[in-house]
Design a protein around this ligand. Structure first.
Ligand SMILES: Cc1ncc(COP(=O)(O)O)c(C=O)c1O
Length: 438
C-alpha cells in the first residue's frame, strides 16, 4: 500500500470505524495513542472471523475447530516473528501484555534455576548482581525489578535523564560494570517520546557480558523491527498499543536464552509430563504460556502487525514528523514567549516518537484534559506511570498528546484551539487560578 503523504490520514482514517464517532457533539480527535491505539477494520474482522468460525481451545483437542484455532494461533506467532525479524516463531511468547512480558523476564531470568547446566542465562541473579534501568521508565519496567531486588538481593541502578528528556548515556561507563547482568530500558519514552540509542546500550552491555531488555511498548507500533540486528536479548510490547486488541502482548527472547529459562507460571499446556511428585516442562515458547492463552487476541495481534507491515513506513514517518512539528510549533505560538507552556521532552524531531508532553503553569493536567475532552480531543494527563521521571523534572504530571498514523492536521489544530480555550478558562498567566467559566 503506497500513499501520497497528503492522502495518507484520510485513507487510513476510513479504515478505523471508531474514528468516525462524535463525543460531546464534537468530531473525535483521538490523541491518546500511547495509552491505547484504535483497531482498523481488518483487525476487527480477523477477531470476529476467528470467534465466529474457529473458536475453540488451542493445542489440546484434535477436532476440526481446535485444529483451526491452533493453526490461527500459531500463524499469529509466525506473524509476530516476521514483524520482529525473529529467526523462528518459537522465540515469540504470547503474554498478557508488555507488563506481563517484563514480569516474565524478572521471574524466569531473574529468579532462574532453569533446565541448563548451571552456567547459562537461566541460572538467575543473586545478591550483588546488578540490573540497570533508568529514570525514564514506565512503572512496568521499574517495579518488577524492585520486586526481584526483594527476592534475590540484586542491586538496582538507574541511568539519569537529560534536561530534554533523553537517557543520559554518558553515564553508561559508570553504571554498567562487571556485576551488571541486565540492562532493561525503554525503547522509547511514553512521556518524552525520546527514542533510545540502542547501539550504545548494547555495546556497553556486551562489554561486560550483560543482557539487554527493551521495553517496546511505545516503539513497536512504529514499524517492523530487526531485533537480532539490534543486538538485544529481550523485547516486550503490548497488542493494544500496536493497533491490536488488549489482553495480549509479546515477549521475544533469543532462542538459546529462552531454552535455558525456567517457567514463570505453572498450569496446563506448559508441561511435558506431570506426576504428583514432579513435573517436566515443555520446550519454549509453550513452557511460558501456562493455561488457556488469549487466543482471539493473539489472532487480532497478528492481523494488526500484518496491517502495519502493509503501510508505507517512510510516508507514515514523514507524516508523523510533520504533525509533531506542527504541534511543537503550535505550542510555542500559544505560549508567545511567556514561558507558561513547557515541553517535557526533545524540542527537535531527531530520534523522537510523535509523543508530546507539556506542562502549563498554574493549570492541572486533569483540568486541561477535561476541557479538551469537551472539544472532542482525547488526551492523557497525569504522571503516565512514570513517577520517577516526574520527580526528575520536579512536576506531578503532564498533559500528553500521542499521535498515530491516522491523525491529521485537523486533530492538532483542534488540540491547540482547545488548549487556548483551556488556558483562558483556567486563567493561565493572569495570576488567578481556577476555572473562570466552568
Ligand atoms: C513504555 C511503556 N512500558 C510499558 C507499558 C505497559 O504496557 P501495558 O499496560 O500494556 O502492559 C506502557 C503502557 O503505557 C508503556 O508506555
Amino acid at each position: 500500500m503506497t500513499f501520497q503523504p497528503e492522502a495518507l490520514p484520510a485513507a487510513l482514517r476510513r479504515q478505523f470505524p471508531l474514528l468516525g464517532r462524535t463525543v460531546h457533539g464534537q468530531p473525535l480527535h483521538y490523541l491518546d495513542n500511547a495509552a491505547t491505539s484504535q483497531m482498523p477494520q481488518s483487525v476487527l474482522d480477523a477477531i470476529a472471523n476467528h470467534e465466529t468460525t474457529a473458536r475453540a481451545n488451542v493445542l489440546r483437542s484434535v477436532h476440526f475447530l481446535a485444529e483451526a484455532a491452533s493453526a490461527a494461533y500459531e500463524e499469529s506467532r509466525a506473524e509476530c516473528a516476521r514483524y520482529l525479524g525473529a529467526g523462528v516463531p518459537e522465540e515469540v511468547v504470547f503474554t498478557s501484555g508488555c507488563t506481563g512480558a517484563i514480569n516474565l523476564v524478572a521471574h524466569s531470568f531473574g529468579d532462574g534455576r532453569g533446565p541448563g547446566d548451571g552456567r547459562g542465562p537461566g541460572d538467575g541473579l543473586g545478591p550483588g548482581d546488578e540490573v540497570l534501568i533508568s529514570e525514564l521508565e514506565h512503572h512496568s519496567n521499574i517495579v518488577p525489578w524492585q520486586m526481584l531486588r526483594q527476592r534475590r538481593g540484586i542491586v538496582l541502578k538507574a541511568l539519569p535523564v537529560t534536561d530534554d528528556g533523553r537517557l543520559d548515556l554518558t553515564h553508561l561507563p559508570r553504571l554498567v560494570g562487571d556485576r551488571c547482568r541486565l540492562v532493561a530500558l525503554t525503547h522509547a519514552s511514553n512521556v518524552t517520546g525520546a527514542v533510545t540509542d540502542v547501539a550504545s546500550v548494547v555495546a556497553a552491555a556486551r562489554a561486560v557480558g550483560a543482557k539487554v531488555l527493551l521495553d517496546g511498548a511505545q516503539y513497536a507500533a512504529h514499524g517492523p523491527l530487526d531485533l537480532p540486528a539490534l543486538g538485544v536479548d529481550f523485547y516486550a510490547f503490548s497488542g493494544h498499543k500496536t493497533f491490536g486488541p488488549n489482553g495480549v502482548g509479546v515477549l521475544w527472547a533469543r532462542g538459546e536464552i529462552l531454552a535455558d529459562m525456567p517457567p514463570f507460571l505453572g498450569g496446563g499446556e506448559m508441561i511435558r509430563r506431570v506426576t504428583i511428585e514432579a513435573t517436566t516442562y515443555a520446550e519454549p515458547p509453550h513452557r511460558f504460556e501456562a493455561g488457556t492463552p488469549p487466543i482471539a487476541q493473539a489472532v487480532g495481534l497478528g492481523a494488526a502487525l500484518r496491517w502495519i507491515r502493509g503501510l508505507d513506513q517512510a510516508a507514515v514517518q514523514a507524516h508523523l514528523a510533520a504533525l509533531t512539528r506542527r504541534l511543537l510549533d503550535g505550542l510555542a505560538a500559544l505560549d508567545r514567549g511567556r514561558g507558561l507552556i513547557r515541553v517535557i521532552g526533545p524540542g527537535d524531531l531527531a530520534a523522537r516518537l510523535p509523543v508530546v508532553s507539556f506542562t502549563v503553569t498554574g493549570a492541572h493536567p486533569h483540568d486541561i484534559c477535561q476541557i479538551l475532552d469537551r472539544h472532542g480531543v482525547a488526551l492523557r494527563g497525569g504522571h503516565h506511570c512514570a513517577q520517577p521521571l516526574m520527580d526528575r523534572f520536579g512536576i506531578t504530571g503532564t498533559t500528553r498528546a500521542s499521535l498515530a498514523c491516522y491523525n491529521d492536521a485537523g486533530d492538532i489544530d483542534a488540540l491547540l484551539a482547545g488548549l487556548e480555550d483551556a488556558m483562558a478558562r483556567l486563567r493561565v498567566g493572569t495570576g488567578a487560578s481556577g476555572l473562570s467559566n466552568p
